[in-house]
Design a protein around this ligand. Structure first.
Ligand code: AGP
Length: 325
């Protein structure tokens, strides 16, 4: 897992370089569609949530839904040109395949985003976007998720017709490289994490909070919950206790102090990720850069927590890389 996290800058760079021109047919489909579903399972669902934020911010009607909840009941009355963008690292998981088939039966266009060029998803989709994470041996997806997120960044750039993608990629990959170089610092914080964790993040950092929770569940088996930051204070905070660590991607805004006050009153401890005074620093407050940098902090924390507990994060029990049933 650690080696694969280290390969992320290269995998992101390759994915963006290879797709820079070939992404245009997907951009056209997005612009021409009246409604877009974005689907996936597990880590791939978390990537779908990130793309959903991206499309909505660009004024495009879309909804992220887990592959398993994408059903005839939900889609059958939708009229117009509907698109289903399916994220699947393997391109072979059964929930992704059944939602591809259901989409086609209903006359929807399907775009597959996958890391496997010879998969069912890449063959059967109307359009396929490949990611270039290379082989991923650890069951816990890390670099294959980072490249999924980089596709949302690319879509965002194309929809906004922004210049300067190369510079943005350099900044993001440089930031990730720096975090990995300082991973000893991250390891110290991993040592402070208790047996229950709450992850908080807002906007594009909410899917990162979801992914942080999933990574810890898979690798160290600790109990985790993830929330959009302010949503946490509408009930769940009632359960916060001294056995819980809160890992919070901060906004760097004034209300943060109020939030910190509330968390400190009940949590065992807190670890903040963000700019300025945060415990674990990210290089920028900009959307994708902050999200990707925070994601790497989360992945490293999960890796170090598991190894610190004497567990093998690459082979969690009861989990397989691809759910084929
Ligand atoms: C994440 O660590 C897992 N590999 C899992 O959540 C995975 O993303 C999910 O099972 C979906 O698989 P897929 O992306 O290959 O379709």
């Amino acid at each position: 897992m650690f080696d694969e996290i280290r390969e992320e800058p290269e995998a992101i760079r390759k994915t963006l370089n290879k797709n820079m021109d070939s992404i245009q047919p997907l951009i056209n489909e997005i612009k021409e569609s009246s409604f877009i579903f974005i689907t996936g399972s597990g880590t791939s669902y978390n990537a779908a949530v990130m793309l959903n934020y991206t499309l909505l911010e660009n004024g495009i009607r879309s909804m992220a839904i887990t592959s398993s909840e994408y059903s005839e009941n939900i889609i059958r009355k939708l009229k117009g040109k509907v698109l289903n963008i399916i994220f699947s690292q393997s391109g072979e998981s059964s929930d992704a395949i059944s939602n591809l088939e259901l989409s086609k039966e209903n006359g929807f266009k399907v775009v597959g985003i996958t890391n496997e060029k010879d998969s069912y998803l890449s063959r059967e989709s109307d359009l396929c976007v490949l990611t270039y994470a290379g082989e991923e041996r650890s069951v816990a997806a890390t670099k294959s998720h980072a490249v999924q997120i980089s596709i949302s960044l690319l879509i965002d750039f194309c929809l906004k017709e922004n210049p300067g993608l190369e510079k943005k990629v350099d900044d993001i990959c440089g930031g990730i490289g720096q975090i990995i170089k300082n991973s000893g610092e991250v390891q110290k914080y991993a040592g402070k994490i208790l047996q229950k964790i709450v992850f908080l993040g807002a906007g594009k950092c909410y899917p990162v909070a979801l992914e942080g929770g999933l990574k810890f569940k898979e690798t160290s088996g600790v109990s985790t919950e993830s929330y959009p930051t302010r949503e946490y204070f509408h009930g769940p905070v009632h359960r916060l206790d001294r056995e819980t660590t809160v890992i919070w991607i901060t906004d760097g805004t004034v209300p943060d102090m109020k939030i910190m006050e509330k968390l400190s009153a009940s949590a065992g401890n807190t670890i903040t990720i963000g700019n300025g005074n945060a415990d674990l620093k990210v290089a920028s407050s900009d959307g994708f850069q902050k999200a990707l940098n925070s994601l790497v902090h989360m992945q490293l924390l999960a890796n170090f927590k598991a190894t610190g507990m004497g567990l093998d994060p690459d082979h969690p029990s009861n989990l397989s890389k691809v759910v084929r049933w």
